[in-house]
Design a protein around this ligand. Structure first.
Ligand SMILES: [Zn+2]
Ligand SMILES: [Zn+2]
Length: 739
């Protein structure tokens, strides 16, 4: 690839030279100091909020990118550059490409052909940094690096112009989500799905919610381009396909249905009382050719506890019954909306010199649209996928039309499409994983990813995914996952009774939940003020939890054994629904119990503390200040903050489960220490839960954490031979009640 300038500039001094050095006068590129540049204005981009057409102007149209296959032998023909006056003049004229250069994106240097990287020097802002610019010939993308962040431009054919095979078959991303082009694509995906997808048809239940919003357009609307929507609330609607909305409330909502307005809403809902996210959802419903939409804030009478309870119990049926779910991925609140033109993603028109079909040496010049690929910092999780309530909404839907930062994605059990742009996430030279669809990697309609996974492994995955999300009202902890539980019960075998977020079938496995602190340090772990569930349930706490067993056990490749018995388990329900809230409950276990002493470090984010068996002295275990406590034990106290720092806390640990750990399960440090004697013996690992006694109730405990324990065999280099911790002294089989 060669960047060809119109004007000829002197040769570049070399590839690896840092910009901003004293040799700048030897360079082909101008060094522009910030003072020399015209001031940047925010309103450059705001000039026309609706204009999403790719930028081109007399300044940037002088650049031609040479993509002829045979242009690689060029020596000095690969330079591109601009004079300082060129740059200043382009910026004065608000050239978007030069503005992007100036913001530190990419700039112009030299190349030695398609096999070699192109180095770019960024010269417009101090401190100057050398940037890397290369092309991915497979996918035809230009990549750049700036301030250690990565960016890319993807080249597309210009719609309406004769396409060139070099740019692939995809149309560029559609930056207007509220456009006929976007809706016609969505309608096509929906038609294909309902006509051809057996899985989707089978998953989609026939169910009609109690109430639906009916949306039609006013006949003879003065402006046919912006149809005037007429909306009303219909009770007991006739059988018809309906859409549902999955969105973040983000606080109280204007216009929600109450006992007072439910009557007038059945005649007409004035649009100006509704928040923008809901109006946008009504627009989409109409745009894809549907007439009914279910929105919780409007289809449930929000000040009637009875109505709420009824409808929340039906959530499973409502989402399973919907023909389509509209996911307002990008909206953090009901006021945000999600159909704005994405003006910030405007591309550029590039001139590209391509090989000529008749073999002319100079090739021919085509135009391509270069669309920026977002930098990693812009790909943060969409608000919708951080909320607990929306977890089940997506999982129980058959077809989802999701709106994110980068565009619209349609996803059903058998297909996935984007509104233009690349459909598949790209993994590139520098491991950028981005595409229109990348923000939606959590989209899993029909909960397909767990289709082949059995109980209890699948429930562990659900708990991990669900508890990573935030809940505004803590009391909803069990309610917001009720529909998933309903579906789980229907599809998985051996689950038995549901007890405060755990199933009786293989309950011992599920008791081994633990704080997931490693990957998610931002999570707050805390015990809510109001009782929500027994202490043995993850639902009793706020925080991100996962089953505390080795990955090999979790993916089913390593077997495990239960080391204790579940003698009894029961809960007391708040209402009549066994999948709903609870006000009490207990389990009775029989297994080996050891008394332990745990001490909180009081330092760092991963405050697991350390400890040893009661009766052993702390000083026996402290080794060179590195890993205090018994090194066979790992501690996962649920909420370390609730304990005083550096104080001995006496707890009990009941052994729950064991497994034989094959060689590759050895901790990293141990693997490092292994010598060449080959192989290492298996060793036993165990898992237990940590308990503290409940005052005044003999043999009754509260769960406060999870513990891992193991032993060292002869040959575990670097470790003294020690028995499996539970085999060593003190471990008595006894019965405990946990509340
Ligand atoms: Zn321009
Ligand atoms: Zn489908």
């Amino acid at each position: 690839m060669v960047l060809v300038p119109v004007n000829n500039l002197p040769t570049s001094p070399g590839l690896n030279q840092a910009a901003g050095s004293s040799q700048s006068q030897a360079r082909p590129l101008i060094h522009v100091v910030n003072d020399a540049l015209p001031p940047m204005t925010d309103d450059q981009e705001d000039q026309d909020q609706k204009d999403v057409s790719p930028h081109t102007c007399r300044h940037c149209s002088r650049i031609t990118i040479d993509m002829r296959q045979n242009s690689k032998d060029g020596k000095d023909d690969g330079q591109i550059g601009f004079t300082e006056a060129d740059v200043i003049s382009a910026l004065k004229d608000n050239c978007a490409l030069f503005s992007a250069f100036r913001q530190g994106a990419y700039l112009v240097s030299m190349t030695s052909g398609p096999d070699n990287p192109i180095w770019v020097e960024r010269t417009l802002k101090q401190p100057a940094i050398v940037n890397f610019f290369e092309v991915d010939w497979e996918r035809l993308k230009l990549g750049y690096k700036m301030n250690n962040r990565l960016g890319e431009l993807v080249l597309y054919n210009v719609p309406g112009q004769k396409p060139h095979e070099l740019f692939g078959p995809q149309p560029p991303p559609n930056l207007l989500p509220n456009s006929e082009l976007s809706y016609s694509r969505a309608r096509k995906y929906l038609r294909d799905c309902s006509a051809n997808h057996t899985k989707c048809r089978e998953f989609n239940l026939s169910h009609m919610p109690t109430r639906l919003l009916e949306v039609v357009t006013r006949p003879n609307s003065p402006n046919p381009d912006e149809p005037h929507l007429i909306v009303r609330l219909v009770s007991n609607p006739p059988p018809a396909p309906y859409a549902t909305l999955s969105y973040c409330w983000g606080g109280d909502q204007p216009g929600k249905t109450t006992k007072r307005n439910v009557g007038t809403y059945s005649r007409n809902i004035p649009l100006d009382v509704l928040p923008l996210t809901i109006i946008d959802a009504l627009t989409v419903t109409h745009g894809v050719g549907m007439k009914y939409l279910w929105v919780d804030a409007l289809c449930i009478v929000q000040d009637s506890d009875q109505d709420k309870m009824n409808e929340i119990s039906n959530m499973h049926l409502i989402y399973r019954g919907a023909f389509l779910t509209i996911a307002a991925g990008v909206a953090s609140t009901s006021l945000d909306g999600f159909l704005r033109p994405r003006v910030h993603d405007r591309g550029y028109v590039f001139n590209v010199r391509v090989d000529s079909p008749v073999g002319k040496q100079e090739g021919e010049i085509r135009q391509a649209i270069a669309m920026p690929v977002r930098l990693r910092r812009d790909q943060e999780m969409l608000p919708l996928y951080t909320r607990a309530w929306t977890f089940q909404e997506g999982q129980l839907s058959t077809r989802v039309l999701a709106y994110g930062n980068r565009g619209m994605v349609f996803c059903c059990l058998e297909s996935r499409h984007t509104d233009g742009g690349l459909e598949e996430p790209i993994t590139t030279l520098r491991s950028i994983d981005d595409s229109i669809g990348a923000s939606f990697k959590n989209l899993d309609p029909g909960n397909q990813s767990l289709g082949g996974v059995g109980h209890p492994l699948a429930w562990g995955v659900i708990v991990e995914a669900y508890t990573s999300r935030e809940l505004t009202v803590g009391d909803d902890k069990l309610l917001a996952v009720m529909a998933i539980a309903e579906e789980y019960k229907r599809t998985k075998e051996g689950v038995g009774e549901y007890l405060a977020g755990l199933w009786r079938g293989d309950m011992l496995f599920q008791l081994l939940w633990a704080a997931h602190r490693v990957s998610d340090v931002k999570t707050k772990f805390k015990r809510p003020e109001r009782y929500r569930a027994p202490s043995w349930s993850w639902a009793s706490l706020d925080g991100h939890f996962r089953i505390f067993l080795h990955q090999g056990v979790l993916d089913g490749s390593i077997g495990y054994k239960y080391a204790c018995e579940l003698l009894h388990a029961e809960t007391t329900l708040v209402g009549g629904n066994p999948l709903g809230q609870v006000k009490g409950g207990f389990i009775r276990l029989r297994g080996r119990v050891k008394k332990v002493v745990w001490k909180r470090n009081g330092t760092g984010k991963h405050d697991h503390g350390y400890g040893w068996a009661l009766g052993d002295s702390e000083s026996d275990w402290v080794k060179s200040g590195e890993v205090p406590g018994d090194d066979r034990l790992s501690w996962y106290v649920d909420v370390p903050d609730e304990w005083p720092v550096k104080r001995d806390i006496v707890m009990s640990c009941i052994e729950v489960c064991t497994y034989e750990a094959p060689e590759n399960l050895m901790q990293f440090a141990m693997v490092q220490l292994y010598d060449e004697r080959g192989g290492s013996p298996n060793m036993t690992q165990g898992r237990g839960i940590l308990l503290v006694p409940v005052e005044g109730q003999p043999d009754t405990y509260r769960r406060v954490g999870t513990m891992g324990c193991k032993g060292y065999l002869e040959g575990d280099v670097g470790f003294e031979k020690k028995p499996y911790w539970f085999d060593e002294g003190h471990g008595m089989r006894q019965e405990v009640v946990v509340i």
